[in-house]
Design a protein around this ligand. Structure first.
Ligand code: GAP
Length: 487
């Protein structure tokens, strides 16, 4: 009987024990909220990203990919609104001076301040809240904004060095390349641009292992559509993204949509829905896994406006007043980030639907959902029931014993498989223990070469979840596994 996960600690401990995820700078005592992916973890996360890329880019005709620099011109962050608005409201405990995000403060009953109450942000709404560090009740300063972007200096000479930002989202690189993509491909609206890459936020409170960290990877899509069609595309992307998680094995009952309240929306969004996952934090918390925002033409318009300081596209484009007047007269519609629609013969700035997921957060959800502890045939085992597409190792190959020519045969099978399937060869210890190790790594199949192999040329193939074993002829084993693993 499988037991579900009661606390995240079990996954954290398995991740460390089996080499999925380690605290960063572990030998120096770790660095808060930074993590390193170990040999199994790096394969798992790569598979998550690969599954996403295949689903949203390679299997679609209406999507292209990008890989943008982390550092962008600081004006891009001014135009996007991040320099002025990308901040969390924090309140400082007057007793212990710890700053906490206002929407993360809890009362005695345990419920957090909702985001819109936090946005309202009045100190009196915190009267019943407790400091998470010292426990003092209602001892908070007035909430104040805390900027989330990491800054650094670019350039060696004092006179030409400038402050640049580590990107807090991959999205802006996509918007900044909108015209480049249109000019160099034959793609037409509606279409999307996808990107996977690192983002950085100086988060006030980090949380729960790799759930909220200061350095993380995003998997983002900006999908450009004709104004007026955005609600239809938003709905389509909601369904697409939910299906991606369930197709890769996440149980539907652990996923849900949560639509943002109007006063909780980010400054650029017309609507936003989160795909939430039931993470085992505390009493089983629903938390954001991915956001799907309807961003209107906000970003392209903002960049078009921002561009004027370097590329004057309106006559007198450096003159703020002239630009404002030109925009009021609809000039922005013919700006460099506009699009001419061949079908409708209109020029417009496309609207955007943005499905934005976290690669680390998705990896955590896959780990948590796959984890089971169970008693089988009188023995306890931990197993990660990963979908084959994301399992770090697809097949373990073992000789039953290290004699009678079994290792040579097992090696030959391993060498034949390893170019096409991520495989692991192991000849150490009792075979039962080798199976358990692969169960913990989430390996869907194990192949064992045993005494019978020498007699009839068959091997044992054991399936992870049912633990059923079948005999397959050695020369058929590759085709058998490829078929079972869908590769
Ligand atoms: N471009 C829109 C955007 O960045 P977001 O809701 O701030 O929206 C999107 O981030 C996704 O990125 C989140 O749903 C989450 O999966 C991931 N993410 C955001 N901040 C994160 C953090 N500090 N640590 C890990 N993942 C994070």
């Amino acid at each position: 009987m499988a037991e579900t996960l009661k606390s995240l600690d079990e996954v954290v401990s398995l991740c460390k024990r089996r080499g999925f995820i380690f605290p960063s700078s572990d030998i120096y005592g770790g660095l808060a909220s930074c993590y390193d992916y170990g040999p199994l973890g790096v394969e798992l996360k790569r598979n998550v990203k690969e599954a996403w890329w295949q689903a949203v880019v390679q299997r679609r005709d209406d999507m292209v990919g990008l890989d943008c620099a982390i550092l962008m011109h600081p004006l891009a962050w001014k135009a996007s609104g991040h320099v002025d608005k990308f901040a969390d409201l924090v309140a400082e405990c007057k007793k212990c001076n710890t700053r906490t995000r206002v929407d993360h403060l809890q009362g005695r009953e345990g419920e957090e301040t909702t985001k819109h109450a936090a946005a309202a942000g009045a100190a009196n709404s915190l009267a019943d809240k407790l400091c998470p560090k010292c426990g003092a009740a209602g001892q908070f300063t007035e909430p104040m904004p805390f900027k989330l972007m990491f800054e650094t200096q670019m350039g060696a000479n004092v006179e030409d060095s400038m402050t640049v930002y580590l990107r807090p989202e991959t999205a802006q690189g996509i918007f900044a390349n909108f015209a480049n993509v249109l000019d160099t491909t034959r793609i037409k609206v509606p279409f999307g641009i996808a990107q996977i890459g690192k983002s950085f936020r100086n988060e006030v409170t980090t949380k729960a292992f790799i759930f909220r960290t200061r350095e993380f990877e995003q998997m983002e899509i900006e999908f450009f559509c004709r104004p007026g069609t955005e609600d239809e595309w938003w709905e389509r992307w909601k369904q697409e993204r939910m299906r991606w998680y369930t197709d890769l094995g996440i149980r539907r009952e652990n996923l849900r949509f949560r639509e943002h309240e109007k006063d909780e929306l980010a400054h650029y969004a017309k609507a936003c829905v989160d795909v939430e996952y039931r993470f085992p934090f505390g009493q089983g918390d629903w938390q954001e896994l991915e956001g799907i925002a309807s961003r209107t033409d906000y970003d392209l318009r903002q960049h078009q406006r921002g561009m004027r300081t370097v590329t004057p596209w309106i006559e007198g484009g450096k003159d703020t007043l002239k630009v404002k007047l030109a925009e009021e007269h609809g000039e922005w519609k013919r700006g460099p980030l506009s699009y001419f629609d061949d079908e409708t013969k209109e020029r417009y700035i496309p609207y955007v639907i943005e499905p934005s997921a976290g690669a680390d957060r998705a990896t955590l959800a896959f780990l948590v959902d796959a984890y089971a502890e169970e008693e089988v045939r009188g023995e306890r085992r931990n197993v990660l029931r990963f979908h084959p597409a994301i399992a770090p190792i697809k097949t373990g190959v073992f000789p039953l014993v290290k004699k009678d020519g079994l290792p040579e045969k097992a090696r030959a099978i391993y060498d034949d498989l390893k170019g096409q399937l991520a495989c692991f060869y192991d000849e150490k210890g009792a075979v039962g223990r080798r199976y358990r190790r692969q169960d913990e790594a989430g390996t869907p199949y194990c192949v064992t070469v045993d005494g019978q192999t020498n007699e009839d040329g068959t091997v044992t193939v054991r399936e992870r979840d049912s633990m059923d074993q079948v005999r397959v002829s050695m020369d058929q084993v590759k085709a058998y596994l490829r078929d079972k693993l869908g590769r």
